[in-house]
Design a protein around this ligand. Structure first.
Ligand SMILES: Nc1ncnc2c1ncn2[C@@H]1O[C@H](COP(=O)(O)OP(=O)(O)OP(=O)(O)O)[C@@H](O)[C@H]1O
Ligand SMILES: [Mg+2]
Length: 454
């Protein structure tokens, strides 16, 4: 499985690689620059030495040469010391003075070269580097080549020492600075990501009932802005499609009402018979399905005004009065129990009436004759409907709230929309609905709403 790497962790990882590469490169660049500085310095020193030799070299009267070196210089170039050496070569290629007894040139000379010529080589044993320089000098009209050389083992050690010291200091300064930059990177990145977090917070509010929400584009980094705009445009198109679909369902349900009403009146004019009564019941059922469908589509976009207040006690009274005739007709009775004073909640009374009516209608549907349906209004902001039916088995207690779900496929007359409508209503109120067994009785449906805080 590929690792899900966050952008931040990638930045940190790349930054660490950069730190390591920079540290390694720094070591080489510093070494090179220090070594080349020292080489230049040394060449200058050797050029100065050559000048000293030239200054103390004189043609002797007998056709030879004389060299009177100051004591300090002579000691420095003494064979015993072995670090510095020199050779002076005349026009004929003969070594006229040398720090070595062997009287050999220190290295081959280039007769055509002008100015100072640097030289580098390994000692015959290869352990050390020899750095040298030669220059052609005209002493009273006689050309000579002056060579000086130094064995560098000491100098290498010094360079390495200096470099190691220097690097140690640099590491103590550069590495914390680079790591500090890493922390700064992280903070900058977090700040840059803020508009994105705001956008995702906003996106959480997008739902079928809130399709008007759009992601904010303020402060959005230009790299991400096109994505945010594209998402917003996609939401525009979705909203349009969603709305037209919903309007279609609502329009269809609405359009069906008139022909159904006409049908009902026509059936009423038919001579009374078993067939006409059956037709009447069918039309009633159909009208109910259509009105449930209309309620369901309407509720899709229902939002409860947080300022609205409903009295649950009043809702209970109204529903009990409204349903009582129907219940009586079916040989059942309705009872309103619980508190006898207003129970105020944040909510829409009309919506809660619809929900309660659905619960009571279901109870009427699922109970035998001669039983009582109780509507209980609780001080805690709840309305319960209790019946004497078969109850709802635990395995169905989730499914019953789904659209078009019915216990049996046998024509119950309903569409299976009632409880989904009830659920939509309590959700729009940020409330809850549960079903349980009423001890010794049938089902108990409990709706809970947020109380209005005084
Ligand atoms: N009080 C109850 N006792 C037992 N079962 C119930 C009760 N209320 C609902 N049910 C079960 O839940 C199912 C779904 O109920 P719902 O109200 O959603 O649909 P419906 O009553 O069949 O149709 P509609 O309400 O749309 O006319 C019912 O068909 C029934 O099986
Ligand atoms: Mg129902």
């Amino acid at each position: 499985m590929a690792l899900q790497k966050s952008i931040l962790s990638r930045i940190v990882a790349l930054h660490l690689v950069a730190v390591i590469v920079a540290a390694v490169l720094l070591r080489f660049v510093l070494h090179w620059s220090l070594a080349s500085d020292i080489a230049t310095l040394q060449l200058n020193t050797m050029a100065a030495q050559i000048e000293i030799f030239a200054r103390h070299l004189e043609p002797a009267s007998r056709g030879g040469w004389s060299l009177h070196l100051p004591d300090g210089v002579r000691d420095q170039y003494s064979d015993a010391y072995d670090r510095y050496s020199y050779a002076i070569i005349d026009d004929a290629g003969k070594v006229i003075f040398s720090s070595h007894a062997s009287k050999q040139p220190l290295f081959a000379i280039d007769p055509d070269a002008t100015g100072i010529v640097p030289y580098r080589a390994r000692t015959p044993r290869g352990a050390r580097t020899i750095a040298g320089a030669s220059a052609r000098k005209d002493i009273d009209g006689h050309p000579v080549w002056i060579q000086v050389a130094e064995k560098l083992s000491h100098r290498d050690v010094i360079v390495d020492d200096v470099l190691a010291n220097f690097l140690r200091q640099v590491v103590w300064i550069i590495v914390p600075v680079l790591l500090l930059l890493l922390v700064a990177d992280t903070i900058i990145f977090r700040l840059a990501m803020r508009p994105l977090h705001r956008a995702s917070d906003r996106a959480k509010h997008i739902s079928p009932t809130r399709l008007d929400v759009r992601l904010p584009t303020d402060d959005m980094p230009p790299e991400i802005l096109p994505l945010v705009k594209a998402v917003n445009q996609a939401l525009d198109r979705l909203e349009l499609g969603f709305r037209s679909q919903r309007e279609f369902a609502a329009d269809a349900a609405h359009e069906l009402r008139t022909p159904l009403a006409i049908l009902r009146t026509r059936i009423e004019t038919l001579p009374h018979s078993e067939a006409s009564r059956a037709l009447g019941r069918d039309v009633e059922n159909m009208s109910r399905v259509v009105s449930q469908l209309l309620d369901a589509t309407e509720l899709e976009t229902a939002v409860v005004d947080p300022e609205s207040v409903a009295d649950l006690h009043e809702v209970g009274v109204e529903i009990a009065e409204f349903i009582a005739p129907l219940a009586l007709k079916r040989g059942k009775s309705i009872e309103l129990i619980g508190v006898d004073e207003p129970v105020l909640i944040v909510g829409n009374a009309e919506m809660i009436r619809r929900a309660t009516r659905n619960l009571v209608e279901n109870a009427l549907h699922h109970t035998p004759e001669g039983t009582t349906i109780e509507i209980v209004v609780g001080q805690d902001g709840s309305i319960s409907v209790i019946d004497n039916g078969d109850g709802v088995p635990p395995e169905n207690r989730e499914s019953i709230f789904k659209r078009f779900w019915r216990q049996s496929t046998r024509a119950s007359g309903g569409a299976g929309l009632g409880l989904s409508i009830v659920k939509k209503i309590v959700e729009a109120h940020h409330g809850s609905i549960t079903v349980e067994d009423a001890p010794g009785r049938g089902a108990r449906f409990i709706m809970r709403f947020p109380l209005l805080l005084a």
